[in-house]
Design a protein around this ligand. Structure first.
Ligand code: AHM
Ligand code: MG
Length: 325
């Protein structure tokens, strides 16, 4: 008998309504199936490019398309879901139902890592749906604070699901029978850290506040911070955020001058908002510019944002640099 309770039992203790729990259980079950497809790799013929591009003009991998279809099909069949939107779909998809919930997702985050067998993941966000009409794009444009649930699955050495509904953040590990077991209850991100994650190859394109912050970290004990920093960059946001959930740290994907008209690389509705809710609920912070990510009023479904999230005290140092300009 395992001492770890399963996801359904853990959700039973949540005050959230049964319909929301149904949505979360549907996503969790689909992530468990996605994990098997990802793990099969070349054996399932699913590695490599799909030969198509998404709305951001990014090349889609076969697994981006496969996992998008798996989640879309499962959510369309889930009665409380009124509409869905995905990083890999141009338009929102109403399910034909009114009221209930809207789900946004990045079906396979970290696509560049699929073919090299490095951790990838699924990110999702659940928002309330309108009660009197089929959802349109405008109904999805709600600030992150409106999220009623958010989470990610990371397909790594262990497959884990990390989620939040009304309260704290819990981590579940997928067992050999395909059940999610509560292995990491009430996750908490430590407030201080000496570890940062950023794609350093973009250094010359950054704005001044980000340069100053990273320069301070790189100078270590000899610089203004007076301590040495370590650096990690997996290039899968899910894996980088998961590390922060486990041992603290900060993650930055700032605006840079490669594409000056775009505010950042990562997407607000599928990546930044759900991760920000998880990080805040675990005691961390998440900002875009100097403002809290979760307060940002979205203007477009596929909107991009600059992101800095992680250990609370360290993010306040990043925020201070942003304010200083
Ligand atoms: P994706 O959703 O197409 O996989 O892109 C998002 C990913 C993030 O997971 C990761 O943090 C970032 O892109 C890595 O970008 P880069 O390759 O510029 O380092
Ligand atoms: Mg992504």
């Amino acid at each position: 008998m395992t001492p770890f309770v399963d996801l359904a039992a853990r959700l039973a203790a949540e005050p959230a309504d049964a319909a929301l729990k149904d949505v979360v259980l549907t996503i969790a079950a689909t992530c468990a199936r996605i994990s098997r497809v990802v793990a099969a790799g070349a054996l399932s013929g699913s590695l490599g490019a799909a030969g198509s591009t998404n709305v951001q003009d990014e090349e889609q991998k076969k697994l981006d398309v496969i996992t998008n279809d798996m989640l879309s099909d499962a959510l369309k069949a889930c009665a409380p879901v009124a509409g869905l939107a995905s990083e890999e779909m141009e338009e929102v998809e109403p399910t034909g139902r009114v009221s209930g919930y809207l789900v946004t997702f990045d079906p396979l985050d970290g696509s560049s890592n699929i073919d090299v067998n490095v951790s990838v993941g699924t990110i999702f966000s659940v928002l309330p749906a309108p009660v009197d009409h089929a959802p349109t794009e405008g109904d999805f444009l709600q600030p992150g604070r409106n999220q009623v649930a958010a989470g990610y699955a990371v397909y790594g050495p262990q497959t884990m699901l990390v989620l939040t509904l009304s309260g704290g953040v819990d981590g579940f590990t997928l067992d050999a029978e395909g059940q999610w077991r509560l292995t990491h209850p009430n996750l908490s991100i430590k407030a201080d850290t000496a570890e940062f994650a950023i794609n350093m190859s973009n250094q010359r394109h950054w704005a001044e506040p980000v340069r100053r912050y990273i320069d301070g970290c790189l100078k270590g004990k000899d610089g203004p911070r007076g301590k040495n920093f370590n650096m990690r960059w997996v290039a899968s946001m899910v894996a980088d955020v998961h590390r922060i959930m486990m041992r603290g740290g900060v993650f930055l994907y700032p605006w840079d001058a490669r594409e000056p008209d775009k505010p950042g690389k990562l997407r607000l509705m599928y990546e930044a908002n759900p991760m920000s809710l998880l990080v805040e609920r675990a005691g961390g912070r998440s900002i875009q510019g100097a403002e809290d990510m979760l307060d940002l009023q979205p203007t477009k479904l596929h909107q991009r944002v600059p992101v800095a999230l992680g250990s609370a005290n360290e993010i306040e140092i990043v925020r201070a640099e942003m304010i200083a300009g």
